[in-house]
Design a protein around this ligand. Structure first.
Ligand SMILES: Nc1nc2c([nH]c(=O)n2[C@H]2C[C@H](O)[C@@H](COP(=O)(O)OP(=O)(O)OP(=O)(O)O)O2)c(=O)[nH]1
Length: 137
């Protein structure tokens, strides 16, 4: 019998909806990654012994060279990608400081809430985009 540890197939990932001047930052995944070239909110996998908020602050610094202040935690989304599941945990954040250095992504954009639906999102992000737009109305 093969035993599969649930944590091996359920990735816990935080993501940041970073607000600045009535717009939010969105980032495009690279061509060789899973969910290649789809748009996402920057963030990443929570490491063992790390809290959600520690993870998000670390990931945003590592990936983008930005400092943010964490705000509201939106509703986490569980999405099944077939070969793995993701538990995606979104936080609305405020931009604090830093100049964007794209270290992981191929592109970024500052977008107003009403334009978020124009992008080709990772499927797990769709309920998060909807919740964010609803809250902004
Ligand atoms: N950071 C982030 N990841 C997301 C989002 N939506 C979504 O489905 N994901 C998925 C993509 C990845 O499979 C996983 C996050 O992995 P990661 O960002 O830490 O690592 P990675 O790019 O190296 O991922 P991978 O190529 O190893 O799959 O969660 C999102 O909005 N932000």
């Amino acid at each position: 019998m093969i035993l599969i540890n649930e944590e091996d197939i359920m990735l816990k990932v935080t993501c940041a909806i970073i607000e600045k001047n009535q717009q939010v930052l969105i980032t495009q995944r690279g061509p060789h990654k899973s969910q290649a070239l789809l748009w996402e909110f920057p963030g990443g996998k929570i490491e063992p012994s790390e809290t959600e908020t520690d993870c998000l602050i670390r990931e945003i610094e590592e990936e983008l060279n930005l400092q943010v202040e964490l705000g509201l935690r939106l509703t986490p989304v569980e999405h099944n990608y077939g070969n793995f599941m993701v538990n995606l945990i979104p936080y609305v954040c405020q931009y604090k400081s830093g100049t964007i250095a794209l270290r992981e992504h191929v592109a970024y954009n500052w977008v107003s809430a009403k334009d978020l639906n124009r992008y080709n999102w990772c499927p797990a992000d769709l309920p998060i985009v909807e919740e964010y737009i609803r809250r902004k109305k």
